[in-house]
Write a protein that binds this ligand. Sequence first.
Ligand code: SF4
Length: 323
Amino acid sequence: MNMTEVVHALLTPPPIRVRTLGRMPPAAADLVQLPTSSGASSRGSHQLACARECPLRFAFRYHLRLRPRVEPPFRLAGTLAHTHLAYHYAEQLDDPSDWYLTQTLDEALAQDGAGNPTALREAAEVAEAYKHRWAGEPLRPHSVEDEYRATIGELDPDGPDPELDDEYISCKTDLVAGINGDDWVVDHKTQAGDHRTGRLRHWRDDGEFRINWQVLVNLMIIRKRVGPIRGFVINRVKRVAPFDFDRHPLPIPALAYQHAPRAARNYVRAELAIKKQIAAGDKPEAVYSACYGRYGHCDYVDVCAASSREEQTEILETQFLEG
Ligand code: SF4
């Protein structure tokens, strides 16, 4: 079964048949691999959120590992800006991470921005403006782009379904840093800004980060691994000229934060159920209310909106890569 056939099987009955002879291509192997529910599996907070939002999208992204051949420009700009900031802070570490020692900034940019000289130039400009804006800042990096993880049992001891206790949730943070005597998780957010004012949009404490799944999960995992962390800072970067930058510590909603460990357990249970469903050959649910969101459309909207299998085949073969 090739990649296209596997995707069609996800989109339409009949269910996928598990082949017992011969060598399966990687995509099919992914689909028939039974989920690990005995404590060996790990997933990031993004993956859990994806499973909750649309099981079909979860299957495309995390089982078939389909990604668009062409990154949307705003996403590429964000990736390149993050790369610059990661190296900017990593070079200040006394004990740099392995990724910093094994690949130079130029190599990382060449890899992420291959064939996009304009995006590379703009990312370099925003990085220079950022360093100028925050020159002499009191921020002292402790870790950059490091991954932390904790088990459900650590986060939510004595919860229901003890068989989930050994499942891991991981998070990758842009930065953990000391600022004026306290340690904070810092998350870089690149934004287009307000085209009328040329500035970042007006910050609102009751805006999109008022309750944010990634913030809640990352904070509870990093506190478990690192120790006392004062809170979470959104480091905003306007990615197009004229550049603009600011930072905002987030008020963490106390009740939501207390409930987050149990929510994490529930998310993992739901994710494992989807994996089991796929392994059994059932079609994961398509949640059409999730096709369009605040940051635009789902990567797979052309596939789901196709009017025939032939059209889907062409879209899959021309617009997506495995990896
Ligand atoms: S386009 Fe909609 S239904 Fe299809 S995978 Fe994305 S969110 Fe799910």
